[in-house]
Design a protein around this ligand. Structure first.
Ligand code: FAD
Length: 290
């Protein structure tokens, strides 16, 4: 099913995210993670592509596993920084063959050791979106940044670029993680003022281990509210307590979002079905699985 259709239902919609293994030998375990995540019956499951600049050979395979073996709509990510135009055509053909209809079109992180863009590469996500549209009949999503993309000249310039992305054919947007809901509410207001009308899905990252915290604090510009910092400081040395507190923090964020009319939530659960399950369990009277 196309995600644009799922989002038309106006119900609370919660989706999850998985990343494919780097080595083929780890696929079997990854398929287990797909199965356990699918059992939670999220609205759809997204599968990342080439995160940290690498190519992902297993995104299509994982998306196929999600949709055709486990019966949950798949959203395959695709980035143009880690793949040239020929590779993109190849992946689009594979997705079409497997009846995967939803693509999150991204530029991706620029590989440090490469000149970017090479002549056979798209420069911006908007160009990739145009290419996917020309290929035909995919539902295309894109990324957005409530705190502004770190490379953007200004918040306003970033929103202008986002508008271009939507005009190129992006039918929904998923946000970068944020830890203060006011940042999202502010962004939604500014996006509407720019006449960006497509559904925006709020990306929530349950922070459940110290490595994640290190990664987040290395991201430039991510505001970490005092309440979040206090949790990290208090529980950083106690993995079980940190996990419980991280799940509670994410649950709290989601309840506030839904109470304020934000019906679409994407969980960056990063191959942790137990974390996704705990959050959905906390929301059992609020969110009803598909
Ligand atoms: P773009 O939309 O191209 O924007 C990148 C920068 O260029 C921004 O500063 C923007 O303002 C500017 N820009 C855009 N268009 C123009 C234009 N026409 N002219 C001038 N400037 C322009 N990375 C991965 O490698 N794999 C993944 O699977 C992955 N999944 C993600 C999922 C989500 C929901 C999010 C939020 C991010 C994800 N990322 C992923 C990270 C993402 O690829 C990076 O944040 C990347 O730096 C930007 O990608 P983008 O698609 O937003 O790029």
């Amino acid at each position: 099913m196309k995600i644009s259709e799922i989002l038309k239902k106006k119900e609370v919609t919660i989706s999850c995210e998985l990343f494919p293994p780097k080595k083929g030998s780890e696929l079997k375990k990854a398929h287990e993670v797909v199965r356990e995540t699918a059992e939670l019956k999220p609205a759809y499951i997204s599968v990342t592509y080439g995160a940290s600049g690498g190519i992902s050979e297993h995104t299509v395979d994982m998306a196929n596993e999600v949709q055709n073996k486990n019966g949950i709509t798949a959203l395959a990510h695709l980035t143009c920084a880690s793949s040239g135009k020929e590779k993109i055509q190849q992946v689009l053909g594979e997705l079409k063959e497997k009846h995967i209809e939803n693509i999150l079109a991204l530029r991706g992180d620029i590989p440090e050791h490469l000149d970017f863009p090479l002549p056979n590469q798209y420069h911006h996500a908007s160009e990739l979106i145009q290419e996917i549209r020309d290929f035909g009949d995919f539902c295309i999503g894109g990324a957005c940044y409530p705190e502004g993309h770190p490379e953007a000249e200004s918040i306003d310039a970033d929103l202008e670029n986002l508008k271009r992305k939507v005009e190129a054919g992006c039918e929904f947007l998923t946000t970068q993680m944020f830890f203060d809901n006011n940042i999202l509410y502010n962004f939604l207001y500014r996006a509407l003022k720019k006449n960006i009308q497509v559904p925006v899905i709020a990306g929530i990252m349950p922070v459940t281990n110290v490595n994640q915290i290190r990664r987040i604090t290395s991201l430039s510009g991510t505001v970490l509210p005092q309440r979040f910092r206090a949790i990290v400081e208090r529980f950083a040395e106690n993995p079980a307590a940190l996990k419980q507190a991280g799940i509670a923090y994410a649950t709290d964020q989601i309840i506030d979002l839904i109470a304020n009319g934000v019906n679409y939530v994407h969980l960056y659960t990063m191959n942790k079905p137990d974390v996704a399950g705990a959050i959905l369990n906390n929301l059992s009277e609020i969110y009803h699985a598909q």
